[in-house]
Design a protein around this ligand. Structure first.
Ligand SMILES: Nc1ncnc2c1ncn2[C@@H]1O[C@H](COP(=O)(O)OP(=O)(O)OP(=O)(O)O)[C@@H](O)[C@H]1O
Ligand SMILES: [Mg+2]
Length: 249
């Protein structure tokens, strides 16, 4: 039986007069990996930020399992414990060692004991191939390693849903592969993920569904073979042909 993890229903978001999300509907089942694609400025990051309650929505609702996390009185901190997010810029604390970057959240926000948080942090760093980096500072690591530390940090609270926003865009091309391999590993371990990406090859490879955003709506959604291979909409075809021209598919 499939269980729905995330339901985005008719979500609207404006910045001033500019309507960015104009009735977004999106359903993500447990263990699914949904890739958001679309032109720059189409609202991918905004949607991820709204799901993590970093930006308030102007209409619609967002449900995690059956909990309406956008209802008045919902506790954003409680929601963020259930949802991990990783950004393009890793946002690690430069003055903290890798292990402390990873364990700070659960120690401060969840009140987890240092021993317990560190045991979990070490295990995660090991899983992500970063065991040797635990005592180093972020600037002693490559960009790819730093991004994997940011992923470890997002996972340490054991989120039910992981949001990833263009996590390879700031990396040198030769470092992209190691971060994508980490995401692939998380996907095969059953992590539910929504990720915004310009890496169409990766979307084709890892996504259960690909959602094409245009003019504030999900214009087309389906398996990667359909949306990337035989798109229904002219807009999707136009976007993909520009992607192909740029050598990204
Ligand atoms: N805090 C903000 N204040 C005002 N406008 C914003 C804000 N954040 C985003 N926008 C606008 O909302 C629109 C959508 O931005 P968003 O960052 O979600 O796009 P995106 O699809 O993630 O683009 P990219 O592929 O370049 O990352 C853009 O027009 C952007 O300028
Ligand atoms: Mg973005």
């Amino acid at each position: 039986m499939t269980t729905t993890k995330l339901r985005v229903e008719g979500v609207h978001k404006r910045f001033g007069d500019r309507v960015v999300l104009d009735g977004i509907d999106l359903t993500v089942d447990e263990h699914e990996v949904v890739c958001l694609i679309g032109s720059s400025g189409c609202g991918k990051s905004t949607l991820l930020r709204c799901i993590d309650l970093l930006d308030p929505i102007d209409g619609g609702r967002i449900l995690l399992d059956d909990d309406d996390v956008t209802a008045p009185g919902s506790n954003p901190n409680a929601v963020r414990r259930r949802v991990g997010i990783v950004f393009q810029s890793f946002n690690l604390f430069p003055h903290l060692r890798v292990l402390d970057n990873v364990t700070l959240g659960p120690r401060k926000a969840l009140g987890m004991a240092r021993d317990q948080a560190e045991a979990r942090g070490v295990e995660l760093l090991d899983r992500l191939g970063l065991a040797e980096q635990a005592r180093k500072y972020p600037d002693q690591l490559s960009g790819g390693q730093q991004q994997r530390v940011a992923i470890a940090r997002a996972l340490v609270g054991e989120p039910e849903l992981l949001l990833l926003d263009e996590i390879t865009s700031a990396l040198d091309p030769e470092l992209v592969g190691e971060v994508l391999a980490t995401i692939r590993e998380l996907a095969s371990s059953g992590m539910t993920m929504v990720l915004a990406t310009h890496e169409m090859g990766f979307a084709r490879d890892v996504a259960s569904s690909v959602a094409f955003l245009h003019a504030g709506k999900v214009l087309e959604i389906g398996p990667p073979s359909q949306v990337l291979g035989e798109p229904e909409h002219e807009r999707t075809r136009g976007f993909l042909s520009r992607v192909i021209e740029a050598g990204r598919l």
